[in-house]
Design a protein around this ligand. Structure first.
Ligand SMILES: Nc1ncnc2c1ncn2[C@@H]1O[C@H](COP(=O)(O)OP(=O)(O)OP(=O)(O)O)[C@@H](O)[C@H]1O
Ligand SMILES: [Mg+2]
Length: 269
């Protein structure tokens, strides 16, 4: 979060970390194509522990593709992804399957299993994939559900929840795996306006607790509040990477400036 209550070890927007810590995630020269269409072109950046990186850019710039590459959901054509100092072998499904217990992801669409209760949705990964004891997982689940004020929905099915509630459960489900990195791709984009806030507030709380996060969002006020660093993409290229404060007050490129103008509320000067 862009406030001074956050960690003193990771100065805002500075990479590599001046404290000398190795990045949690390190991406170098990443290239991704669909056929002849190169969607990510030589993308390089680091994310340090506790840092919140917000990805901004026009539609089609490659934000979702990048997020998906960071969870091994896309094959890549070049470059290197390092997590906790270790290179993830390119396009190795097995390596990514293991990493997905450490890298949580929440998308725009609610991806809860419709045939399972909220509790079963949350328990599944920690008990089946991580092989943790059910009692310990349940204790953590109860804490997480209390935190998002959805305890009473524990035995409900996803269809009985509102969109905002489903997204908060999707986030809880990812958190129950104790991930070291959370990826969020427009998690509020399909929500009714009155439900957006509760989901954004949950993400702000996570940031305050130093969860390392990469966030794609079209909610500019939220982006401004949550971002340590903003990375602005266009046509698969990082045009800017700077602290959230700098990006929102004086973007370095005309392109980012016009993007910010286009995102400002209707009627604003
Ligand atoms: N499965 C796919 N097959 C072919 N092309 C794809 C595929 N997925 C994405 N693309 C293309 O890759 C480019 C980047 O798409 P991506 O979804 O990453 O953009 P985005 O920045 O997330 O956009 P938005 O803000 O609209 O979500 C676009 O040109 C898109 O058409
Ligand atoms: Mg997208």
């Amino acid at each position: 979060m862009a406030d001074n209550t956050r960690t003193t070890t990771a100065p805002v927007g500075v990479t590599p970390n001046e404290a000398g810590e190795e990045p949690l995630l390190s991406v170098r020269h990443l290239r991704k194509s669909y056929g002849d269409h190169e969607v990510l072109k030589d993308v390089s950046f680091d994310v340090h522990r506790g840092q919140v990186l917000v990805l901004l850019g026009p539609s089609g710039s490659g934000k979702s593709t990048l997020i998906r590459c960071l969870n091994g959901l896309e094959t890549i054509q070049g470059g290197e992804i390092r997590f906790k100092g270790k290179v993830v072998p390119n396009n190795n499904e097995r390596a990514w399957r293991a990493l997905r217990t450490e890298i949580g992801m929440v998308f725009q669409s609610y991806d809860l299993f419709p045939n399972l209760t909220v509790a079963k949705n949350i328990e599944l990964g920690p008990t089946k994939v991580q092989k943790r004891a059910k009692a310990e997982v349940d204790e953590q689940m109860d804490r997480l559900l209390r935190d998002v004020q959805l305890t009473e929905y524990k035995n409900a099915y996803p269809r009985e929840l509102s969109g905002g509630q489903k997204q908060r459960i999707a986030i809880v489900r990812a958190l129950a795996m104790n991930p070291e990195l959370m990826l969020f791709d427009e998690v509020t984009a399909s929500l009714d306006p009155e439900m957006v806030r509760e989901v954004l507030e949950l993400m702000l709380r996570l940031a305050k607790r130093h969860m390392t996060m990469i966030v794609v969002t079209h909610e500019m006020e939220f982006a401004r509040r949550v971002a340590d660093t903003v990375m602005f993409l266009e046509n698969g290229v990082i045009l800017e990477r700077q602290s959230g404060d700098d990006f929102f007050t004086h973007p370095a490129t005309d392109r980012a400036r016009s993007f910010l103008d286009s995102m400002s509320p209707v009627g604003d000067e």
